[in-house]
Ligand binder design. Structure first.
Ligand SMILES: Nc1ncnc2c1ncn2[C@@H]1O[C@H](COP(=O)(O)OP(=O)(O)O)[C@@H](O)[C@H]1O
Ligand SMILES: [Mg+2]
Length: 436
């Protein structure tokens, strides 16, 4: 019996052990499975981490791209010549660029975030259009209008307003783009007057041409008559010839002023041109009986060569010398001098004509270069205008110094080579000259 019991116990024990071993085996295999799953999970997590890192990188890139784009658009907006004001559907100002600040004299910081109905009221006639457009959801194209700024100044602006939509087509706000036309309007005005001048010039040139043809005929016939008449009749014929010569001179000057002139530039000795002009004047003086006028020459050198149109320069010198002689009713002294002039490495020349005549009053000085300004009974008032045109065509400039009753000095500054004249030739330092 005892053996039986012991046998049973042993059997039970064995069964238990085998049961435990099975459980252990299954636990072991489950643990292995768990470990494998855990590993899989870890791999997956690592994969997800990697994917997330990639996505993050992509996202960062996108954010960076978006930032760059925003910066780019902002810089376009800020550098735009036009003013830009954008509002949302409630009327809140969201964008107000630099040009808008400049045109409207309002700081962006003072209006952004505020409602357009209350923010830009200090500018007369500006926000009405945006408000109207927002209420009616209506765009505006190129509307010109006058607005009045806070400081009382007015601006003439041209505006266009567009409606902004989101991707579903819902209205999200409005943007007004406007530009200041005040300057353009002013420029246009100036352009009209330049055009007017050009047409007046062309007209003058045509008229001058029309006058010249019959005038030459009259002078020709009068010259023929001159040989056949005597006494008082001869005097009359001579007056006709003199008259036609005067008219011819006016017409020539007018043509020179009205037309664009092409200079015939060549290398010349300045003293030759000056001397020729003086000889021509003295011949003229002698013919008329001559006044007691002393001529003095004070040239810096006989060998000053300049590139110029000698015929035109001579014409300018003649006009100046004739004026000087005409101003010395009782005779006097005319000094013609030249001085070297250097500016920015470019050589130039100063030419002076100094007379001891009646001089020019301060009042007349202001009008001296106006066309047709003359103080002489037989003057045309074109001589100095022609002088200035010729000298300026040579890249030079004319100035006059005078004291009433004490004479006048006409100063010309000329570059030796007009094609290489520095822009600021007028700033040249003048070398001593005998001031009057
Ligand atoms: N050297 C000068 N001395 C005094 N006045 C001068 C001199 N040069 C010019 N003027 C004044 O300038 C005016 C305009 O000269 P200009 O244009 O040559 O015309 P015009 O000699 O036909 O009057 C002259 O009428 C005169 O009053
Ligand atoms: Mg004159």
């Amino acid at each position: 019996m005892k053996n039986m019991i012991s046998h049973n116990l042993k059997e039970k024990k064995r069964n238990k052990i085998s049961e435990l071993s099975t459980i252990f085996d299954s636990f072991n295999s489950n643990a292995q499975k768990l470990e494998a799953s855990y590993k899989q999970l870890q791999d997956r997590i690592r994969e997800i981490d990697r994917e997330m890192a990639q996505t993050n990188e992509c996202l960062n890139k996108k954010v960076q791209e978006l930032n760059n784009l925003t910066m780019y658009l902002n810089s376009i907006l800020e550098s735009m010549y036009c003013g830009v004001v954008a509002i949302d559907i409630q009327g809140r100002i969201e964008t107000f660029n630099r040009s808008a600040e400049k045109i409207l004299h309002v700081k962006a910081g003072d209006v952004i975030g505020k409602n357009v109905r209350f923010a830009l009221t200090q500018i007369n006639g500006f926000n009405d259009l945006l408000i109207e457009s927002l209420t009616a959801r209506k765009k505006v194209i190129n509307l010109k209008r006058l607005i009045e700024l806070k400081d009382g100044n007015s601006r003439y602006i041209e505006s266009s307003i567009s409606i902004l939509h989101d991707k579903d087509g819902c209205t999200t706000g409005l943007v007004e783009i406007f530009q200041d036309l005040s300057e353009i309007r002013e420029l246009k005005g100036r352009l009209y007057s330049v055009n007017d001048l050009v047409s007046v010039g062309t007209m003058a040139a045509c008229i001058a041409h029309e006058i010249r043809n019959p005038l030459n005929g009259i002078e020709g016939f009068a010259s023929l008559l001159e040989r056949e008449v005597e006494g008082d009749n001869l005097k009359l014929v001579n007056n006709i010839i003199l008259g036609t010569k005067n008219i011819n001179k006016i017409v020539t000057d007018l043509l020179l002023l009205a037309r664009p002139i092409e200079l015939n530039l060549r290398k010349c000795e300045l003293s030759n041109i000056l001397d020729r002009s003086l000889v021509l004047v003295s011949q003229e003086l002698r013919k008329k009986g001559g006044k007691n006028i002393q001529l003095k020459k004070d040239y810096v050198s006989r060998k000053t060569t300049i590139i110029c149109d000698p015929e035109r320069l001579q014409q300018a010198f003649l006009n100046i010398i004739l004026n000087a002689i005409q101003s010395m009713h009782e005779g006097g002294e005319l000094t013609v001098f030249t001085r070297e002039l250097v500016i920015g490495g470019t050589s130039g020349i100063q030419i002076g004509f100094s007379d001891t005549g009646e001089g020019i009053s301060n009042h007349d000085m202001k009008n001296i270069f106006d066309p047709f300004f003359t103080t002489k009974t037989n003057g045309t008032g074109l001589g100095l205008v022609v002088v200035r045109k010729i000298i300026e065509l040579h890249g030079g400039e004319v100035s006059i110094r005078s004291k009433e009753k004490k004479g006048a000095t006409i100063l010309l500054k000329l570059p030796c080579n007009p094609n290489r004249a520095p822009r600021a030739f007028s700033d040249a330092h003048l070398i001593n000259y005998t001031d009057i």
